[in-house]
Design a protein around this ligand. Structure first.
Ligand code: EPU
Length: 440
């Protein structure tokens, strides 16, 4: 991972001339959880269609430090063997760069009866809440201690964890997955209510079931898990990650804005109903088949209409991860759009970058913005320098640069690399001019 790389992007201005085909990778947010689930197994597991991005590499390193063997095979599968794993101390530095590492805590606790891990966001309690994970562990019989000096949580259970009933007072993807995995090795029945229903959760749950786990209600708000009482799962079947719906959705929005025609292959259009609906509502021409989406781009920005009220929502609603990308799109749509971010507070940091290119965006409050379009996006003198604030905001500013006029630089490319694999190559194959350079 090189923290000092930037993209240099030539804007397409009025051209909107990208075209071609994008092949979607396996879903990062499913594969990461399958990697965490490897701790539940008695022998080596084989994970297929795993994308090679930085988050996957970071979690591999965390698993290796815990004593697992992790290796890419010649056929592209990732093999993970946790049978000789002994440590339960999650590496603080690595975990600090990736919140998803918290998902490992449940499987480690369920298998070894203890785990320590850094408090997310340091010791600022409440900064990145994991209260629902901790409440679940306590209900299952574990004791949670925050070592304030070391900024680590220690979670222990002298006895096997026991099944419990848990209602999530906030819908949480990671919490649902983690407590589901934890319950697989507990004793007795766990009932999880108000679960997240993201397809990545079902993808991992179905694999666990194929290897002997007993999970009912997969893909619904209530799941019941009959624990094995500690018996580890047998790696009967290999895991295969579903296509990454956020990568597919990112390219779909990009295609509508910057391409004459873009085909997105190897995806699941049925996982993108909300996004396709919003784009069609704004005037985009989209055709879908079983595993393919084709979008015909517009002749010019005036072709698209604003979206009066767009709210991010848990699946199957409009994904928060595509909120920055659709906002970049809406700068090019005619009229006023209102976007309400219901999942995260403070996911609007990238707005400043769009504003300095000329976008007309008003932040109403930490969860709501108004976008007035269409405004041309331009690299003014010295203002072509943009920053990727996180994975998805990074994609959004790249897209804004692509449909703007002038030469733009996007720094912090390592954050884009967390979730997209060599994005510059994917874009170059569509005809874009995007160079990766070492930043000064
Ligand atoms: N939350 C709590 N307490 C908890 C857990 C979560 O208050 O104990 C809150 C969070 O602070 C947040 C909300 O609940 O406000 C939803 O968080 P959730 O737990 O659902 O998110 P996550 O599991 O941490 C995953 C994805 C994110 C995606 C969200 C929402 C992974 C690795 N990450 O995060 O993906 O935004 O679900 O869909 O699966 C990305 O890929 O760029 C990304 C950020």
């Amino acid at each position: 991972m090189n923290q000092k790389e930037s993209f240099v992007i030539e804007g397409l201005a009025e051209e909107r001339s990208l075209s071609g085909t994008v092949k979607v990778h396996g879903a990062k947010n499913a594969a990461l959880k399958a990697m965490a689930a490897s701790v539940l197994f008695a022998g080596p597991v084989e994970l297929r269609n795993v994308p090679r991005n930085n988050d996957i590499e970071t979690l591999s390193k965390i698993l290796i430090r815990l004593g697992a063997k992790v290796a890419w095979q010649d056929d592209g599968a990732l093999s993970i063997d946790t049978s000789a794993m002994s440590s339960t101390d999650i590496d603080a530095e690595l975990a600090g760069s990736m919140r998803a590492s918290v998902v490992l805590t449940g499987p480690l606790l369920a298998r070894f009866g203890k785990v320590t891990f850094p408090a997310p966001g340091g010791c600022v309690i409440g900064a990145r809440p994991i209260d629902l994970f901790l409440a679940g562990y306590e209900k299952m019989g574990a004791t949670v201690t925050l070592d304030a000096g070391a900024c680590v949580y220690r979670i222990e259970s002298a006895k096997k964890l026991s099944g419990a009933e848990m209602f999530f007072n906030k819908v949480t993807v990671g919490g649902t997955e983690t407590l589901m995995m934890t319950a697989v090795l507990a004793s007795g029945k766990t009932v999880l209510k108000n679960c997240a229903m993201e397809p990545e959760i079902a993808n991992v749950a179905e694999w666990l079931v194929s290897c002997g786990a007993r999970i009912e209600g997969i893909g619904t708000p209530t799941m019941a898990i009959h624990g094995s009482g500690g018996a580890l799962l047998q790696p009967r079947e290999s895991y295969e990650a579903i296509p990454d719906r956020i990568e597919a959705g990112s390219f779909l929005i990009l295609g509508a804005l910057c391409a004459s025609r873009l085909a997105i292959e190897g995806c699941r259009p049925d996982h993108l109903d909300a996004v396709i609906g919003v784009l069609r509502g704004s005037g985009a021409k989209i055709e879908t088949a079983a595993s393919r989406i084709v979008v015909e781009g517009s002749a010019g920005p005036e072709a698209y209409a604003a979206i009066a009220d767009l709210r991010t929502h848990e699946y199957p609603g409009f994904p928060t991860d595509l909120q920055p990308v659709i906002v970049a799109y809406l700068t090019q749509a005619s009229g006023e759009s209102r976007i309400f971010e219901t999942i995260y507070e403070g996911r609007f940091k990238y707005i400043e970058d769009l504003q300095k290119l000329g976008a007309s965006i008003t932040v109403m409050n930490p969860r709501e913005i108004s976008v007035k379009g269409a405004t041309p996006l331009r690299a003014m003198a010295g203002d072509g320098d943009l920053t990727a604030h996180d994975i998805r905001a990074g994609f959004a500013v790249v897209m804004a640069a692509l449909c703007g006029s002038g030469t733009f630089t996007v720094s912090n490319v390592h954050l884009i690399d967390r979730g997209y694999e060599r994005l510059e190559q994917q874009l170059a194959a569509l005809g874009a001019s995007v160079q990766r350079i070492k930043a000064a």
